[in-house]
Design a protein around this ligand. Sequence first.
Ligand SMILES: [Zn+2]
Length: 321
Amino acid sequence: MVAPQVGEVDPEVVEPAADGNERTIYMRIIAVIITLTLVLTGCGIERHSIGQQNEKPIIYASSYPLYFLAHEIGKDNIDLRIVIPAGAEAHDYEPSMKQLKEIGDADLFIYNGAGFESWADRLLETLLENKRSMVASEGVELIEFNGVADPHIWLNPINMITIGENIKENLMELDEQNREQYEQNYKELSDRLRGLDDEYSQALKDHRGKTILVSHAAFDYMAERYGFHQIPVMGINPEQEPSPKAIADIIEIAIEGDYGYIFMEPLISPKTVEVIAREAGLKILVLNPIGGLTKEEEATGEDYISIMKENLKNLEKALVN
Ligand SMILES: [Zn+2]
């Protein structure tokens, strides 16, 4: 196999270099400061609807993976809403003023952090001052990509269990009378996620050390968990167009490494991937980063777990180089 040499795609960047550790520590400190600020400013403030009869806590999740967790744990006991709607590419989504106001009025705002929602920091400074919020990425170990935190934490099912536990704790505090149900729902969800993790480990155990070509750099958490590598056409944010040089490099890697497949994703234009596939003689498969559902996936009842299972089938096909 040809070692991946495209400037920003060396899988070695996930190895904890000394510099990376310093950055991680620095980011942890920032995260702790944000948390403290929230705890301190949140003290003693009554939330508007809790305790009133028949009023469910209003929970806002910024993106689909967090919505999925809150939905599975909260079920009918919460009034759950999502900021980034189905069909929208999550990275560069900007909520409307109306949405921001509504998030500000919610009982709990759950967001990813690690740079995924640039608008959320602004929101915290203004609307959320006295409100409860939960930063999903604070509880998990972050991976860096080219020196910045990689926000795609949900693509490791074990991270989903950790984030789910944090959501459960928040719901139990917000709505004490349904504590047992949240606990029970979380237990069922974490069992399913553990089952998914087992399925991945089992299916991919003979593919360790292999490499896949992907559309944007979303899959390092998955790759690290199951022992493979990604070579992305685009960086962490798919809105940043790849340079002609980066495209040429990937074509060269694909030809020299005798790759058979390249992955595209549902919410990003397949144009660049199609060019590479044509030039390098690759077949195109879907690997869904699940930052958001498509409208069709939403309509047909697909969810995080069903899409992860689809992803696994395609990974098994492609993880041969
Ligand atoms: Zn992404």
